[in-house]
Design a protein around this ligand. Structure first.
Ligand code: HEM
Length: 480
């Protein structure tokens, strides 16, 4: 029946029983295979993976229809693999809970809150450049692990208000559990055995997952408990400024963490339950560090490979910081980094941190006359393919930040942060963090192509990665 309803969509020819699963079996070839189908079928086709069918879309018109539809707010089943860790936090929440949560959480991303995080970026970027010092002069180094630890420290401090020092102490149980859980979830999505609930308990990852989830939850829970204690008895209104003052009184950190705002939020006049807060904090922890870590690392790689672009970006930094390259960054500086913003945008076009967005049709949806998306069908919005479509981005393989000066791309053709009601809530936060950290690295180091020249091997996990690392060469920058 489902097959009849989607007969208007071209089907990629496959084998009996396993359909197209054979074509997509290799982790490393998946992006190329999907891109070649996208080109062949003009951005709309479906795949038969034996147990399920997936409609893959990179056509702008269909994509806009899906992303703006109010009946297409549920995520697909793969997101369920995150359930034990994140529960139904904002990223994975089904439509009903999502509507309520998005309303509660949106104020936590208000500009006035984001401004206060600048000092967190500064502190952690300072640690980063110190740690990178021992890598200077090497012909080739992988920047990704350094950036990832920095991004993890930043998200932990901004979402929970505590520091886990991942950059200095990468052996901590919490850091290890976050990394392992990211791996386990992705392995499950692509493994024929691990994705089946019946067979998963027969694998070692099932038991590891239990252990890591316990570590992660007990950490988040203990932070929530102690924050609650600290705030107990204080007559706080839902006013970040007041909360900030209380923090100063308590002699704790000055800034307001997302957790503090959630502790102040109410639903129907009642405070939010602890489990709900924990799910949202865990969600921010996950979605808020892997994405920016990948984007910042790819951006540094692009700058190392394109010295003309790097020179322009450094010129902008010189104009902003003048002689004092080490002074602390301000929100105004971040605002001034217009060219760096184009560089980051172009990086996200070529290397979108989230290469697919997935949805599940809640109910049957009429698209055009005689064309429907049936209830329950899985939809993959192929962001990576769209962002390299030559009809929209001429000479798509070329790294050219200037294209954003010349063309105003529609929000449905340039969408690394997704678009529509379920877009990325952390977009501004991410842009601020990325500018602050990249700016610090650029002011401290010259980035050069690795020797031997590094060829990225991209794979599409939940977040886009390079299996052989993201390698560049660092040299001390002269600022005179
Ligand atoms: C370069 C950085 C980032 C990129 C490219 C990115 C991209 C995205 C995309 C494409 C989505 C939609 C996913 C989907 O519909 O399946 C999304 C959702 C989301 N992102 Fe981001 N993200 C980034 C950084 C962040 C940061 C820093 C945070 C938090 C501090 C964050 C929090 C979230 C949350 C909570 C959602 C779910 C929103 C909802 O369903 O209402 N993201 N992100």
């Amino acid at each position: 029946k489902e097959e009849e309803k989607i007969a208007w969509i071209p089907k990629v020819p496959g084998f009996p029983l396993i359909g197209n699963a054979w074509d997509l079996r290799s982790h490393s070839d998946r992006l190329q295979v999907l891109s070649s189908y996208s080109e062949q079928f003009d951005g709309l086709f479906y795949l038969d993976l034996g147990v399920r069918k997936i409609i893959v879309i990179s056509d702008v018109k269909v994509l806009e229809f899906i992303l703006t539809s109010t009946k297409m707010l549920n995520k697909s089943k793969e997101y369920g693999f995150l359930d034990k860790w994140l529960g139904k936090g904002l990223l994975t929440a089904p439509a009903l809970r999502w509507k309520r949560s998005r309303k509660i959480i949106t104020p936590a991303f208000h500009f006035s809150i984001l401004r206060q995080f600048v000092q967190v970026y500064e502190t952690n970027a300072n640690i980063l450049v110190k740690l990178l010092d021992k890598e200077t002069g090497k012909e080739s180094m992988d920047i990704f692990p350094y950036i990832k630890a920095c991004a993890l420290d930043i998200i932990c401090e901004t979402s929970m208000g505590v520091s886990i020092n991942a950059q200095v102490d990468n052996k901590s149980d919490y850091v290890f559990a976050v990394n392992e859980m990211s791996r386990i979830v992705v392995d499950r999505s692509f493994s024929a055995i691990k994705q089946l609930d019946l067979l998963y308990p027969l694998t070692r990852d099932f038991y590891k997952e239990r252990k890591y989830v316990k570590t992660l939850h007990s950490y988040t829970e203990s932070v929530i408990r102690s924050r609650k204690e600290e705030l107990k008895g204080k007559d706080l209104e839902k006013n970040p400024e007041k909360l900030k003052n209380v923090y100063e009184d308590l002699g704790v950190k000055e800034k307001v963490a997302f957790l503090d705002l959630l502790l102040q939020a109410t639903s129907d006049g009642e405070p939010l339950p602890d489990w709900y807060i924990r799910e949202e904090v865990d969600t921010l922890m996950f979605e808020g560090h892997d994405t920016t870590a990948a984007a910042m690392s790819f951006c540094l790689f692009c700058l190392a490979e394109h010295l003309d672009v790097q020179a322009k970006a450094v010129e902008e930094q010189r104009t902003i910081f003048g002689e004092n390259r080490n002074r602390a960054i301000t929100p105004e500086d971040i605002h001034e980094m217009k060219y760096l913003e184009l560089v980051i945008k172009e990086t996200l076009r070529l290397y979108p941190s989230v290469p697919f967005i997935s949805r599940e049709c809640e109910r049957e949806i009429q698209y055009e006359d005689g064309k429907t998306f049936p209830a329950g069908v899985n939809i993959f919005l192929y962001v990576y393919g769209l962002l390299r479509n030559p009809k929209i981005f001429p000479d798509p393989e070329k790294f050219d930040p200037g294209r954003f000066e010349e063309t105003d791309f529609s929000p449905f053709s340039y969408l690394p942060f997704s678009a529509g009601p379920r877009n990325c809530i952390g977009q501004k936060f991410a842009m601020h963090e990325m500018k602050a950290v990249i700016s610090k690295v650029l002011r401290t180091y010259e980035l050069v192509s690795a020797n031997p020249k590094h060829r990225l091997q991209l794979i599409a996990e939940l977040v886009l990665k390079s299996t052989n690392g993201i390698r560049i060469k660092l040299e001390k920058r002269n600022w005179d």
